[in-house]
Design a protein around this ligand. Structure first.
Ligand SMILES: Nc1nc2c(ncn2[C@@H]2O[C@H](COP(=O)(O)OP(=O)(O)OP(=O)(O)O)[C@@H](O)[C@H]2O)c(=O)[nH]1
Ligand SMILES: [Mg+2]
Length: 460
């Protein structure tokens, strides 16, 4: 990485982390929101994730951009694990050593279990390109139709979640298709819909091996099929750009398409990969920004649930206290008037104790029921917490997507006891809002001063 880019990257990472430390971290901790981006994650080398159908040319692409023979390639399914290709002197490091190294950012992968760790390897290579970025090669997807809810293809670990883990941290994601599998059924469909959700800003779709078409009709048919399938998988009105290319050295003799344009497209994809460090600067800010926005939804729903729950519970506590006070006063009145006939005041005392005990018991049962009810109407709690923003229609789709992302965690926290939820202080919320609305956008504007100028000119 050139010195300028590398120092800008460091400076931005530090500033973003400072915002996190001063305005976000304490609330995240208080509301048990995780996983928090660690300094190692924020300072990680720019990351390029290569995924796609098996045999679509992922490993060949990596070899070609590096100008090295790092990955084995073959028409038969080749890679069954994740290969992290980083800068170094030719060493090969196994998964266990990779995920336990505190200086790298892969510790989180341990959560996916030994089934994954044994399918990870790091290859260190002495390549100019790798000085600026790290590339992750992945197992090919099997593009067979699968039953909904099935595990798709048992690899011994949750492939979908692992892809999402890498994709969230990547700065550029290349998704490869090839003429043999232009469809997006089965595993690819699941990856697009679930693992790459909300990450399309860093996604590059690639239709590789166009040299395999012998004529324009075959090409059009295949491109059409890919677009059709993508439209079903990507919930967007416009179709994302598809990079159509082939890899040099493979051109098939029966090809009759003019390949020059596709040569240019390949160079463009190479340039996009090499631009990952510049994207990294942006992504650092985006990462913290998205984290803070999700945290805002998380905390506000918990706060709404806490108010809802404690409002009812306090009313019930008040009722119990009133029963106790009323019973005690009745007992003392009865006692003062019938001091000589213990049966009178004793029965008033027993009545008070029994009624108070019953209402305590009732309070406990009701609280548990109410908590269960609260969990069931959690979506309504979210709607109430964000009623104003949702009604005004300001980013309501966005808000709902954020809610879908944090819902499981909120549920877990509420299940562990709605009676002991933390209270969201006005100051904490305003700090979080300040980071989201002012500080992080200001940091982004510093990275792209040109954009700000343009916007200001447009506003004038
Ligand atoms: N004709 C042609 N063949 C290609 C192209 N790119 C790759 N290949 C060939 O396609 C086969 C599969 O390539 P790989 O790079 O191993 O594919 P992969 O996506 O890594 O495959 P898995 O690791 O199994 O998922 C190899 O025989 C490559 O030589 C291309 O652009 N055109
Ligand atoms: Mg491969």
């Amino acid at each position: 990485m050139n010195l300028n880019a590398s120092s800008q990257l460091k400076e931005t990472a530090n500033k973003a982390h400072d915002i996190y430390e001063s305005h976000i971290k304490a609330v995240a901790k208080k509301f048990k929101f995780s996983p928090e981006p660690s300094r190692a994650e924020i300072n990680q080398s720019p990351l390029v994730l290569v995924i796609g159908n098996h045999s679509s040319g992922k490993s060949s692409f990596i070899n070609q951009i590096l100008g090295l023979d790092v990955q084995r390639t073959s028409l038969a399914p080749m890679d069954d694990g994740f290969t992290i290709i980083a800068h170094g002197d030719g060493e090969e490091i196994d998964g266990a050593a990779v995920v336990s190294n505190e200086e790298w950012c892969y510790q989180g992968l341990q959560d996916f279990g030994p089934g994954l760790v044994s399918h990870i390897v790091m290859k260190q290579q002495n390549s100019e390109v790798l000085k600026d970025l790290t590339i992750v090669d992945s197992p090919g997807m099997i593009d067979a139709r699968v039953d909904p809810g099935s595990d798709v293809h048992d690899r011994g670990y949750d492939f979908l979640k692992v892809v999402r883990w890498f994709a969230q941290r990547a700065d550029v994601i290349l998704l490869f298709f090839d003429p043999d599998n232009p469809g997006t059924t089965g595993e690819t469909l699941k990856i697009l819909k679930e693992a790459l959700q909300d990450l399309d800003h860093k996604l590059e779709l690639i239709m590789n091996k166009v040299d395999r078409f012998s004529n324009h009709r075959d090409f059009a048919r295949c491109y059409g099929a890919l677009c059709w399938n993508l439209a079903r998988a990507i919930p967007r009105l416009d179709l994302p750009h598809i990079n159509i290319m082939y890899l040099k050295g493979h051109d098939t003799p029966e090809n009759h398409l003019p390949l020059k344009d596709f040569d240019d497209a390949r160079e463009e994809v190479f340039a996009k990969v090499k631009n990952a460090p510049a994207k990294r600067v942006d992504n650092i800010v985006t990462q913290i920004y998205e984290y803070a926005r999700a945290l805002r939804v998380h905390t506000r729903v918990i706060e709404e649930a806490r108010r809802d729950f404690s409002g009812v519970v306090w009313k019930l506590r008040g009722l119990t206290a009133s029963i106790f006070l009323l019973g005690s006063s009745v007992t003392s009145v009865v006692y003062s008037t019938t001091e000589d006939t213990p049966a009178g005041w004793a029965s008033a005392l027993v009545m008070t104790v029994v009624l108070t005990g019953l209402s305590f018991f009732g309070l406990d049962v009701f609280s548990k029921r109410y908590q269960a009810d609260l969990l069931e109407r959690l979506n309504a709690v979210f709607e109430k917490a964000f009623h104003q923003e949702l009604t005004l229609g300001h980013h309501s789709e966005d808000l709902r997507a954020l809610w879908a992302g944090v819902r499981a965690r909120v549920l877990l926290i509420l299940e562990s006891g709605a009676g002991s939820l933390p209270k969201l202080k006005a100051k904490e919320l305003s700090q979080l809002d300040h980071a989201i609305v002012k500080m992080l956008p200001a940091l982004r504007a510093q990275i792209h001063p040109g954009k700000k100028e343009k916007k200001e000119k447009a506003e004038e």
